[in-house]
Every structure is written in structure tokens, then in C-alpha cells.
Design a protein around this ligand. Sequence first.
Ligand SMILES: NC(=O)c1ccc[n+]([C@@H]2O[C@H](COP(=O)([O-])OP(=O)(O)OC[C@H]3O[C@@H](n4cnc5c(N)ncnc54)[C@H](O)[C@@H]3O)[C@@H](O)[C@H]2O)c1
Length: 428
Amino acid sequence: MPHALRLACIGCGARAQTYTALAARKSDRFQIVAGADPVAERVEKIRRISGRPDFQGFDSAESLLAAGKIADVMIVATQDNFHFKHCQGALRLGYDVLLEKPISTTAEQVLEIERLATQANRRVMVCFVLRFAAFYRKAKEIIQSGALGEIVSIQANEGVNPWHQAHSFVRGHWSVAGRSSPMILSKCCHDTDIVHWLVGRRCVRIASFGSLEFFRPERAPVGAPLRCTDGCPVGDTCPYNALRYTTDMRFPWLAMVYDRAQAASVDEITAWLRTSPWGRCVYRCDNDAADRQVLAMEFEGGVTGTFTMTAFATGRHIEICGTRGVLKGGESYRQHFGTHLILLPHEGEPVRYTVQAEDGGYELHCGGDTGLVNALYDEMTKPPGAPLEAGLDSTVHSHLIAFAAEEARLTRRTVNLAEWQQTTGNRP
Ligand SMILES: NC(=O)c1ccc[n+]([C@@H]2O[C@H](COP(=O)([O-])OP(=O)(O)OC[C@H]3O[C@@H](n4cnc5c(N)ncnc54)[C@H](O)[C@@H]3O)[C@@H](O)[C@H]2O)c1
């Protein structure tokens, strides 16, 4: 058995904690040797997860990178707009990288990461956890079995969920595109990736419509103050009342953004809400993330696809039409019909599939985090240059679909991906 892979992480927040906790269960395969984060408590969490007395903690990415190459794989799990800098720094030191999505927030930087990784001959695995989730692996297996015949069209949708939208894309980290990235990238690059991965062909043309219509100042109830803590007249009935962080929305939502969510009293959380972004009225934030967006796509060979993102539904769904049958599935099927996927052959009886995942996860992420960490060892010990299950050779295009979609939405035109890449100075 070759040696265990030494893992270090830049950013010790929610995602890094998830991945390292899963890796720590496989001590024959992984050793967690270092972590960097300006928030000392988060470094301490990773130290505890590592269980290693020689774990090295750092207060910034810069200080960890200044220590040279002290591990085999760097997990880059900072916020979106730091990914480029931190991944670039790790690649330059000769690390293989497990990189959180999105690869970066501009198409140029995404392509530059691909160039740097090729130049350094290093592996970069992107955390597209849905590719490792039991649901999507089963869908891919059914497609590859030939049961659908030739794929003709794909429809996919993602219901973000109203509270999730408010937490992350109205009040939270990804609410302002200029500070992070547009919704179609920050949330839905998972979806452009999964559609691209399932179809197995490149996208050639794309159109998109969408906007922010609901979480806007003119939608605020009469008399609603700037903060829910300031005595809102509709606080009792507003589903977005931030005081819910002290009750039913404490877990998991508060815990994602407030380190003391477990221990804090209601008074402490309320005091925090008085100044925190998560205490603001959802109609009076500085957000510009779309709360609805549709994509119409043409793939090589004339395969057509649509994707819909909406704040006002919950869960992901797919419908794939082929010359021999149709495959449908998703969150509503799971919740209401007790099955994940249904194959409807054009001739013959329907077949139902229920998938099992090792961990709970949420919605159709089920098993994705575990699947990704389970795959990490084999992926990172493949010969350099060999294709990875979520390597840059396929995930870069998934990002370009998202960037082109945003271009199409903003310019109100259909974007030809090859032409767009050329005119924006990207690869032909
Ligand atoms: N793959 C998925 O399904 C999935 C799900 C959620 C989030 N994400 C992505 O994961 C990334 C991290 O998300 P998160 O929820 O863990 O965020 P988080 O805010 O919990 O963690 C990010 C951490 O980076 C730290 N940080 C900031 N500057 C730093 C620096 N210079 N050096 C070191 N650390 C620094 C922050 O203090 C924070 O602890 C984001 O890019 C997000 O889009 C992916």
C-alpha cells in the first residue's frame, strides 16, 4: 500500500471541515497535516479533526504557502474570489489541488488555472460533488447502459429554496455578483456541470433570461425596518424573519455563518443579528443575485437542453429524453413517490430506481461529499495527465457554459461558445 496522502487546507470553514472530517475516517489513506484560516477557532476545528499532535496551523493562506510544500494535496476551500490566488499559489509550489467550485470567478482565470496546472503537470480535482452523488451516478450509469438510446434532449432544474436563497444569495456571501460571482456560476455551476457531464457533449450555443424580481426594496412590507431586530410589523408572519436564526433556522443555517451557533444564547444571537448581514430585512439588502434564470442550450450533435433556476422551489430534477426512453427523477420523486429515478422506455414497462448514499447530505447532494473524498485518493494517485473524474479537462467547459449564459442573459443575445471564447481572448 503506498503512503497516505498528506492533506493541507487553505480556508478551514464549512467545506474544509466537511472534507477533512470525511478524510479523517480513512487514516490509511489520508493524513491531515496543516490548515490555514484567519479565524483561529476554525483552524482549531481542523486540528481536532486531524487528531495529529504535529498538525501545523497558520493564520493565512500566505503563511501556509510560505512554509513551502508540506503536504501532497492542498484543499482550496476559501470563498470564490480567493480560489484563483490560492490555487495558483499551491500549483506553483507543486501541490496537487482539491479545488472548491467555482474554479474562479472569471473565464480568463479559469482558463489560466487550467494552463498553470498543465504547465506544472499537477492534478486539480474540482469539488463538483454531484458527480459523486449516488443519484447522478445512477443516472449516468443508466445513460451509459444504452437504455435511453441516443440522447435527444435534457431538462434540468434547481429549486434553490426561498430560505436558502435569502440566507446565501440575498443576505449572504453570494448576494452581490461583483463581490463573488453571478448566481449561474456561484450556485448553478453545479448544474451546468451536471448537464454537461450527463449529456457528455460540449455546449455550442446558449441563450438565457433571468433577473432579480422578488427580493427588492419595492417589495418590502409597509413599515418594515432595515433589520428584523428593529421590531418589524410583519415579523410574526414573514417567512424571512431573521429571528428564526434563534429558533428553527439555527441548524444548519446559523451554524454555517456563526461559529458559536451551538453554544450561543438567544440573546447573543439576537445581538449578533443587530449588526450582521444575516439580520437584514431581505427586501432591503444590497443584493443583485438573480432569483430566477433559465438557460436554453444546444450541444454538439444537436442535443438540446434547458435549465431553470428558481428561488421558489426546493430541490433538483432532471428529465432526459432519448430515442429509446425517457429518464425522470429528482427531489419531488424522492419525497413524494419514494423513488429517485424512473425509466420510461418508449416500448415496455417503467423501471424505478432508488439509490442509497453512504451519508445523509441534503437533497440530491446525498453521498456526494463522501463519494468525492472516497475518490480523492485514487484520483490523486493517477499518473499526472490522466483524466480525472472531475478534472479540469471536463470541468472548465462546465464553467464556460455558466459564463456564457451570464453573457447571454446580460446582453440578451444567443451566445455561440466558440466565437465568444475567441472574442474574449480565451481558447478557440
Ligand atoms: N461543493 C459544494 O457543494 C459547495 C457547497 C458550499 C460551498 N461551496 C464552495 O466552497 C467554498 C467555501 O465555502 P464555505 O461555505 O466553506 O465558506 P466558509 O466561509 O465557511 O469558509 C471559507 C474560509 O476561508 C477563510 N479565509 C478567508 N481568507 C483566507 C485567507 N487569506 N487564507 C486562509 N483562509 C481564509 C475564512 O475565514 C473562512 O473560514 C466557496 O467557494 C463555496 O462556493 C461548495
